[in-house]
Design a protein around this ligand. Structure first.
Ligand SMILES: NC(=O)c1ccc[n+]([C@@H]2O[C@H](COP(=O)([O-])OP(=O)(O)OC[C@H]3O[C@@H](n4cnc5c(N)ncnc54)[C@H](O)[C@@H]3O)[C@@H](O)[C@H]2O)c1
Length: 269
């Protein structure tokens, strides 16, 4: 264990899998006390058990981020157990793909928005008071490269991630204006090899013939560094934003995408 976030209490939503799991592991390794939440109450406890076995401090709480009732309980539980919250990583997200936007049902559009936008809004609404009480904190919102660029077939997802990007900046300005010591930033991963790619469903009204997306195959062609990123490579960016090393950083975008947002780099050899 090293101590880049020693003494801090951190909440990570969607902590049972992929990027969230890697963030939970790294923050705990760097001596934070971590609360991992997720709808997946099978994998979540396994992640936490691995961490505590290795000497880290972590607990798992089952949570659907779209439920405001549950957010009230989660915030109360954190206040009761720890009396503070230093870091919020609003990471939980889903992606719903359709062949064309005309194939998207309103129910799927709303589901996409409920998890990726309502969930982030509720996280901030219920965690800010805990941070304000201790005079500061760091909020990290998981956006996407799809929050910076268009993503065909994933337009609803892209709309939510663009929303998260500007929500982060607006809350950053609100907090800076209030002088409450809370910094707010967004993270924009490119193509990262996590289970999300296997879960991306076509819309209920969509074409069911689609094979699961292989992130490595997709990244090889689309990414200047010619490979998919690993969840741990996103977690190290989150660690920077969670730690005091980023104390002068707010309202910004941390793009971790193997160069995709910069342009294309056709291979010469
Ligand atoms: N993997 C990528 O290529 C990539 C790229 C850009 C952005 N992202 C974003 O990173 C975040 C994490 O994605 P990932 O790739 O690790 O995916 P993942 O599917 O591996 O993990 C997402 C986690 O969120 C949880 N979750 C889903 N709905 C929830 C809900 N309503 N309440 C609570 N938890 C819920 C899932 O159970 C899962 O454990 C997401 O916001 C995603 O949009 C991922």
């Amino acid at each position: 264990m090293t101590g880049q976030v020693e003494g801090k209490v951190a909440l990570v939503t969607g902590g049972a899998s992929g990027i969230g799991e890697a963030v939970v592991e790294l923050l705990a390794k760097e001596s934070a006390t971590v609360i991992a939440t997720d709808v997946d109450d099978l994998r979540g406890p396994e992640v936490v058990a691995r961490i505590t076995k290795a000497g880290g401090k972590a607990i798992f709480l089952e949570q659907d981020v779209t439920s405001e009732e549950r957010w009230v309980e989660i915030a109360a539980e954190i206040a009761k157990r720890y009396g503070r919250l230093d870091v919020l990583v609003a990471n939980a997200g889903i992606g719903i793909a359709v062949p064309s936007i005309v194939d998207m049902t309103l129910a799927d559009w709303r589901k996409q928005n409920a998890v990726n936008l309502d969930g982030v809004f509720l996280s901030v609404k219920h965690c800010l008071p805990l941070m304000r009480k201790i005079g500061g904190g760091s909020i990290i919102m998981m956006s996407s490269l799809a929050g910076l660029r268009g993503a065909p077939g994933l337009s609803a997802y892209s709309a939510t991630k663009g929303g998260v990007r500007l929500f982060a900046k607006s809350i950053a300005m609100e907090c800076a204006g209030a002088g409450d010591g809370i910094r707010v930033n967004s993270v924009h991963p490119g193509i990262i090899d996590t289970p999300i790619w296997g879960k991306i469903p076509t819309s209920a009204a969509g074409n069911q013939g689609n094979a699961p997306i292989d992130p490595e195959e997709r990244a090889k062609l689309a990414t200047p560094l010619a490979r998919a990123g690993q969840a741990a490579e996103i977690a190290s960016g989150v660690l920077y934003l969670a730690s005091d090393a980023s104390r002068y950083v707010t309202g910004t975008e941390l793009v971790i995408d193997g160069g995709m947002n910069a342009g294309s780099a056709p291979r010469r050899a």
